[in-house]
Every structure is written in structure tokens, then in C-alpha cells.
Design a binder for this molecule. Structure first.
Ligand code: M6R
Length: 594
């Protein structure tokens, strides 16, 4: 993961880089660093430490304006988060400084083969890149040395590189990890994501794999690994700056939970003309032509995919499988004759999903990406893409992207179904019902205080409620650190019920008429063993003792609604424990390493 920013131009490099790093902190936040060129020739100031970008801001004060620099916010892979392992890293002679996002898989082999006897300072895989550039630059030009280094690296990298002796130049390189070049009359900025560029550039260049970039003054030249100049596309940045601020909310997560009804309305606005769905005909055709859909995703997006399978199979009668991206990449099942791969990814950058995309593209299979980031790698590289229009999601814990993904999957499945429901009406109803739950947040906060008193917790449900439980439990565990499992209600008694003790919280989701009684029987079984239960149900199936009763909605769409109180449960459980809600420990928003 990690976020990188580099700047060369006539503005204040430190300010631009620190601002960009703040915006990229969702990619990793265990340490941060910056290298800024100094006033004299060849001088460079390095500041780096364990901790957040705010800490880096405190320790990196300089009393002059630097015009060249690179910065990094880290999610540790090789080496614990400490000062020494923080980026930037320099070459042994201190000439080349680099920041890196990615993983160099063959760094040990490279050390043995090319850098035997050298003195390494850190435990990172990154340092080897700086050392190799130094070694090759003894006989080659700097550009050739960087490209030669690139040709030896196995794995993923987005790099920004400074040569201490060249104040008017900066280099960048990319393979697998995302990297963009932002353009402006006041300089060039290199960043892992458009977010780092917003406010500075209006246009950017997305880089392809194996690109080498030379920035000199205000000019950009892009080459492939053998030094042949590459053509590139310049795109407009249309991210709304205000959308990436917290505003009146205490946390981005709370803001994003609250935004869900308006996201559903935004989706209606984007994909309907009156009652009619206005989906790209090519997407519909691609689904129709396939005889089995393969949804590939990770984490929350995979949980949305599980609902997608239900929608495609039950509404449209199209066979569908859902796979964990990291498993599928290296352990592919037997495929049908005409598969269509559907990648679901909020960020569009998840390395596990991309590994599958690269793999299936090489085999000639068709693909569709459903994403929140239309500029992302998965959006660019798939044959088709559909945007979920959730707006920037900043909190690491995904909320509005999940409900937006399901809404989009519902639209896709609906267009291929007999269309016996009024989809627009059902989605509008959902938006209102979501608002009704969000209005009950103080009550949910109290419920959490009363019931979630233990180190562990269970969510139980059946059918589509079970899939909603998987997402609900992921949310609770990732931000409150309560060990939570989402369980098929009927399966609990086959072993896991042994974990239920006096006061163990068990939260049931019940929104389906046909399984109402079964799930309630399973609830009785845990209650008899001392569980502290909470029931989230819909009006049609509710009992008077249920704590959270939601409006009735189209049953197959119920996870869009039932998940909302569980997002609030997670939020308040974390708040009551005093945790960093938007940046939970050990995590990052965009998982760009496999
Ligand atoms: O960007 P993606 O949707 O591809 O990310 C996949 C997962 O890393 C992500 O959904 C993760 O599980 C969530 N941040 C959890 O809330």
C-alpha cells in the first residue's frame, strides 16, 4: 500500500507534499517521511519517523521554500514501523533518494547478486532499489541506471526518485502499484492517487505498467523500460474538493454512513431516465453473452458480491459465482465456456483483484469492473466499467461504497430480469428507510453501550441476511477490535455455539419471511446459553421485543438497509472504546500489495 507524492516546480514543495500525504494517509499511516532539496547545490533535508503525517508536519519545519521533494506515508510490509524503515530511503552514497509503494519480491536475490558486501541501513525491500540505481549509475546515465534497475525488479512498485545533484529533475517509475502525474503551470506532481493532486492540478496522466518518467523543469517525458518514448493520455481531474473534507462530522465514517441515502438518490439520478434504466448497452450485452458470471473481489466488496450473486441468480436467472480475489489469482476453478468476470472494488486498485484481471485478460476472457474510482487501474484495464457514484470514501471501513455497490448490482440484475418490480421506486424507498434508521443513531449508541460489553460477538442470519451478517461482522471487528464472526444461523449449533457464554453478544438480522422462524429458533438456542441478543428485523417479520425494526423493502435488496444499523453499531462500539475510527490499526484503505 503506502502513498507517495513528489513535487518539482516553483511553489512550496513541502506544503504541496504534506497536503498530498494527508490525503493519501488512507493508504497507510504507520510512518511518514519527506526529502526536500535545500538552498545550496546538492543539499537535501530528510525528515522521517514512525507515526502519522501530522507528526511529520511537526518535525519537518524548514525556514526556506524548497521547490523539489518527495514524500511517503507507509503501511509496513518489510521491517517494523520505525524511523529507520520509514521512507525516503537513500543510496549508500546518499546521492539517490526514493519513495516506494509496492513489494519487491526478489530483493534478497538482488542483494546477493549485485550488492554483496554493501552496508544496508533498513530492513526494507525498498533500499535495494536506491542501491542498485547508485551502482548502475557508475557506468550508465541516471536514466539508464533507473531503467536497468526496473528491468531487474520483480513485484510491484510506484517510485519517485530524486538525484541530489540535480535540482531541476525528478524521476518516477511504475509497475502494478498505481501512479499518476499531475500537470500544472506551477510544476509537476507525482502521486499514488488523484486525491494527492486535487487543488494543485486540473489534469493528470495515468501511467501504464513499466513506465519510466523523466520530469525536467515543467516537462514530462514517459518512456518504456528500454527507453522508447511512450504516448500518453491527459485526463481531467473532476474530484470535488469539498467532498474530501469531514465537515461537521466527528469522523469520515459517520459522514459516509449519513451520506448513504443521498448516494442511492445519486445512483437513481445517474442510471434512470424516468422509470427506465439507462445502462450502457455494451455492459448488458456482455452479461447476456456470458453463460456464467464470476465475481472477483476482496473484503467488503466481496461481501457486496455475495449479494450480487443472489441478485443475478434470483432476479435474472444467470448462474454466478463469487470468489476471493487472492485465492482465485493462484487457484482458479474450472471455468464455464463463456465466462464474464465482474470485478467489484471501491478503490479499483486492489492488487489481489488486479492479479486476477491480468491473468484472465491474458487468457482472452471478458471483464467488467464495478468501482467508485473511474480513474483507477481496474476501471482502465477491464473491457467495461460501471461507476458506483458513491463519492470519495475516506474512512478505511467501507460503508457507502458497499450499499452503492449492491444498488449497482441490483440495477445490472434488474436489466436482465423480467423487470416485474418498479426498481426506481424500490431504490427510492430504500433511501427513505435508510434515513429512518440513521435518525435512530442515539438509540443505537445506547444499545451498544448496554449489550456489546465482551471481547467477542456474533452476527447470525440466514440466506441473504447471512451475507449481510458477513459485512456487519467485518465492520465491527475492523474498527472496534471485538472478535466478531458472521455466521449462518443454523450452522452455529454444529460447533461454534460452544463459544456462547453469559453475556456474549449475538446480533440477528431477520428480513426474510421464509426463514424468520428458523432464525428465531437459533436465537432461542443462544439465549438459553446466556447470550445478550439484539434483533434487527423488518416490520413484516418483527416481534415486539426486537430492538431495531426497519421499514419493509424489496426482500432481495434488504442488505442495503439492514447493514446500516450494523455500521452504526460498529461506529459506536469503536467510539466507546476510544479507538481511531477512520484509521484502524494495521489497516489501509487501498490494498495495493498482494
Ligand atoms: O477497494 P476495494 O473495494 O477493492 O477493497 C477491498 C477491501 O480491502 C475493502 O473492501 C476492505 O475490506 C474494507 N476497507 C473494509 O471495510
Amino acid at each position: 500500500m503506502c502513498g507517495i507524492v513528489g513535487y518539482l516546480g516553483n511553489e512550496n514543495a513541502r506544503e504541496i507534499i504534506i497536503k498530498g500525504l494527508h490525503r493519501l494517509e488512507y493508504r497507510g499511516y504507520d510512518s511518514a517521511g519527506i526529502a526536500l532539496s535545500g538552498e545550496g547545490d546538492g543539499t537535501l533535508h530528510i525528515f522521517k519517523d514512525k507515526g502519522r503525517v501530522a507528526h511529520l508536519e511537526e518535525i519537518s519545519g524548514i525556514d526556506f521554500v524548497s521547490h523539489q521533494g518527495i514524500g511517503h506515508t507507509r503501511w509496513a510490509t518489510h521491517g517494523v514501523p520505525n524511523q529507520v524503515n520509514s521512507h525516503p530511503h537513500d543510496s549508500e552514497d546518499g546521492r539517490f533518494f526514493i519513495v516506494h509503494n509496492g513489494v519487491i519480491e526478489n530483493y534478497k536475490e538482488l542483494k546477493n547478486q549485485y550488492l554483496d558486501g554493501r552496508n544496508f541501513k533498513s530492513d526494507t525491500d525498498t533500499e535495494v532499489i536506491a542501491y542498485l540505481i547508485e551502482k548502475f549509475s557508475e557506468k550508465l546515465t541516471v536514466e539508464e541506471a533507473i531503467r536497468k534497475t526496473m528491468s531487474l525488479l520483480e513485484g510491484s512498485y510506484a517510485l519517485a526518485i530524486i538525484d541530489r545533484t540535480e535540482k531541476n529533475k525528478m524521476y518516477a517509475a511504475k509497475n502494478k502499484s498505481p501512479l499518476l502525474i499531475g500537470l500544472s503551470d506551477n510544476g509537476i506532481i507525482v502521486g499514488s492517487d488523484v486525491m494527492a493532486l486535487v487543488g494543485f492540478s486540473k489534469e493528470y496522466i495515468p501511467l501504464d505498467d513499466h513506465s519510466f518518467v523523466k520530469i525536467e523543469g515543467n516537462t514530462v517525458a514517459i518512456y518504456d523500460i528500454i527507453g522508447k518514448e511512450m504516448q500518453y493520455e491527459v485526463k481531467a481531474i473532476d474530484v470535488d474538493y469539498l467532498n474530501i473534507e469531514k465537515g461537521e462530522y466527528a469522523h469520515f465514517m459517520l459522514k459516509e454512513i449519513n451520506e448513504q441515502p443521498s448516494v442511492i438518490r445519486q445512483i437513481i439520478g445517474r442510471y434512470f431516465d424516468g422509470e427506465k434504466v439507462t445502462l450502457n448497452g455494451e455492459v448488458k450485452k456482455a452479461i447476456k453473452e456470458s453463460n456464467r458470471l464470476y465475481i472477483i473481489a476482496a473484503g467488503t466488496s466481496m461481501n457486496a458480491g455475495a449479494i450480487g450473486r443472489e441478485l443475478f441468480e434470483k432476479m435474472a436467472g444467470i448462474p454466478c459465482e463469487v470468489h476471493i480475489a487472492s485465492e482465485f489469482a493462484y487457484n482458479m476453478p474450472l471455468l464455464s465456456k463463456r465466462p464474464l468476470f465482474i470485478f467489484i472494488s471501491q478503490s479499483g486498485e486492489t492488487a489481489d483483484s488486479r492479479a486476477v484481471l491480468v491473468n484472465i485478460k491474458a487468457k482472452g476472457y471478458r471483464s467488467l469492473t464495478i468501482t467508485n474510482v473511474k480513474t483507477s487501474t481496474l476501471a482502465r484495464e477491464a473491457d467495461h466499467f460501471v461507476e458506483i457514484h458513491a463519492g470519495p470514501e475516506i474512512a478505511v471501513a467501507s460503508t457507502k461504497a458497499y450499499t452503492a455497490q449492491i444498488a449497482i448490482l441490483a440495477i445490472l440484475a434488474y436489466t436482465l430480469s423480467d423487470q416485474h418490480i418498479n426498481l426506481r421506486k424500490e431504490l427510492s424507498k430504500l433511501a427513505i428507510s435508510m434515513e429512518n434508521v440513521i435518525d435512530k443513531k442515539e438509540y443505537i449508541e445506547e444499545l451498544v453501550r448496554e449489550k456489546l460489553t465482551k471481547r467477542n460477538c456474533f452476527y447470525i442470519g440466514r440466506g441473504i441476511d447471512y451475507y449481510a451478517c458477513l459485512e456487519s461482522s467485518l465492520k465491527l471487528k475492523e474498527i472496534s477490535y471485538i472478535q466478531t464472526e458472521g455466521f449462518a444461523a443454523g450452522e452455529l449449533k454444529h460447533g461454534t455455539i460452544a463459544l456462547i457464554e453469559e453475556g456474549t453478544p449475538v446480533i440477528a438480522i431477520i428480513s426474510q419471511r421464509k426463514i424468520n422462524h428458523n432464525t428465531r429458533s437459533n436465537l432461542q438456542e443462544v439465549k438459553s446459553r446466556g447470550a445478550a441478543t439484539i434483533v434487527i428485523s423488518t416490520k413484516a417479520v418483527h416481534e415486539t421485543t426486537d430492538q431495531i425494526v426497519l421499514d419493509d423493502v424489496y426482500e432481495l435488496f434488504s442488505p442495503i438497509l439492514t447493514v446500516v444499523p450494523t455500521q452504526l453499531i460498529a461506529y459506536y462500539a469503536a467510539l466507546q472504546r476510544g479507538y481511531d475510527i477512520d484509521k484502524p490499526r494495521n489497516l489501509a484503505k487501498s490494498v495495493t500489495v498482494e
